[in-house]
Design a protein around this ligand. Structure first.
Ligand code: ADP
Length: 414
């Protein structure tokens, strides 16, 4: 071998060794990076777990099939299940959900499943519901659900939920207070009513014109107060579940006619024309007549209040659904209900923007009470009002309220 060839071979060997050393160094670097990355991941995981564990709310993660992939410590504590027992199981089987009456909410209607299907429902705070623990006891809860999205596809959801037993107790105590206070207020208000009536009828001497005018104001003010106190009492009884329903066979056309007669002075005062079509052959219906009267009174007085002078009101009573139901409708040519507020109309104390200034005496309690009465009587109440969103000056599109009641006694009373 010539020295030149020997040199070339040595250079090659050196280059080869260097190559090996370089690739070993690169490999070590990659391993180092990987070690650092996995340390980072482990650290992040530990932090995430500590965060999730420190959350006082229960937290559960489910995959696309509704199977549980993660629960935090609060979930375990609140529901009595350990994480090992529930991982991989369907949430619907592990944590059933019930409504106020104890009916199980079907999985399809659960907010969690609705979010999985792509609906954008996030908070479920207004609808009270109950979660059932492992030991079959239950607690009231409210929850927030968010979807987990990867590449634009929903791959699961995270639900956090809270035990709202305390909030419910406080709410109940407040309602009991309102109930007690309004009950106590009724006696002095009746006394004012009684003595004012005596003074106005001249039982204790003749009043001069000014005295009579002022006393009439006192009387009207007191009547409003009685109305408000009675509404508050009804609402608190509804909320406490102590409202008493005493259904009996009731002649509804007669009831509607008598409410109409009672409110005729207001109708005449506003120059409103009423078209009643109270049907013939309407059977007696099993409802509480006093409560149904409250509903009809409220719907008619609203139609009068929220319709400008010279407007029209149509009232009808018909049998529907192959005579299985009675439908009461009341249509006015009034201010209408703004579209963007229609979903709140049956809520307690809600009044739409377009009527607040026109009628300052409303309370926003009437429809809440009406809905509770109709729901409890096995019926349905709803409305249609083609109003667009509230724009000053754009109104008078009218409203129709519908009340449907089951005619259970139809055959018997024919
Ligand atoms: P109130 O009449 O005392 O305000 P209600 O509970 O009876 O309370 O009604 C709630 C709200 O629903 C009203 O304030 C009004 O905004 C709307 N509303 C009810 N009936 C009608 C109607 N016939 N036309 C227009 N708005 C109505």
């Amino acid at each position: 071998m010539t020295p030149v060839i020997a040199n070339i071979l040595m250079d090659k060997e050196l280059a080869h060794k260097k190559e090996i050393a370089d690739s070993q160094a690169a490999l070590l670097n990659v391993l180092d990076d990987q070690k650092r990355d996995s340390e980072k991941i482990l650290k992040k995981k530990a932090v995430d777990e500590a965060i999730l564990a420190s959350i006082g709310d229960g937290l559960v993660v489910v995959d696309k099939e509704g199977k549980i992939t993660y629960v935090n410590q609060s979930f375990e504590k609140m529901l009595g299940w350990s994480s090992k027992e529930v991982l991989g199981k369907r949430i619907v089987a592990v944590v059933p959900r019930e409504d106020e009456k104890g009916e199980v909410v079907p999985f399809n209607e659960r907010i969690l499943n609705r979010v999985l299907r792509g609906e954008v429902v996030v908070a479920d705070l207004t609808n009270p519901f109950y979660y059932i623990r492992k030991d079959k006891t239950r607690f009231p809860s409210s929850s927030i659900v968010n979807s987990i999205v990867l590449d634009g596809e929903i791959i699961g959801v995270v639900e956090t939920f809270r035990d709202i037993t305390k909030e419910k107790e406080i709410d109940k105590a407040k309602t009991e207070f309102v109930s007690l206070a309004s009950h106590q207020l009724r006696t002095p208000l009746s006394t004012i009513n009684w003595y004012t009536e005596m003074l106005l009828t001249g039982d204790v001497g003749k009043l001069n014109a000014e005295q009579e005018k002022y006393l009439n104001e006192v009387y009207r003010g007191n009547q409003r107060m009685v109305g408000l106190v009675n509404a508050l009492l009804s609402v608190s009884r509804m909320d406490l579940g102590t409202f008493i329903f005493e259904p009996e066979p009731t002649d509804i056309p007669l009831l509607v006619r008598s409410v109409l007669d009672e409110q005729m002075p207001h109708i005449i005062q506003k120059g409103i024309t009423v078209f009643p079509a109270l049907g013939t052959n309407i059977p007696l219906i099993q409802v509480d007549p006093k409560l149904l009267r409250m509903v009809v009174q409220n719907l008619l007085s609203n139609a009068i209040k929220y319709t400008p002078e010279k407007g029209k009101i149509e009232i009808s009573l018909t049998l529907t659904n192959q005579k299985k139901c009675l439908l009461f409708t009341i249509t006015d040519t009034g201010y209408g209900i703004p579209k963007n507020q229609q979903h709140k109309i049956f809520q307690k104390l809600f009044r739409a923007d377009n009527v607040r200034e026109k009628d300052t005496e409303g309370t926003g309690l009437g429809l809440y009470i009406a809905k509770a009465i109709i729901d409890n009587s096995g019926g349905k109440i709803w409305f249609e009002s083609p109003s667009s969103n509230y724009v000053e000056g754009e109104e008078n599109t009218g409203t129709t309220f519908y009340v449907e009641l089951p005619c259970k006694l139809l055959e018997k009373n024919k």
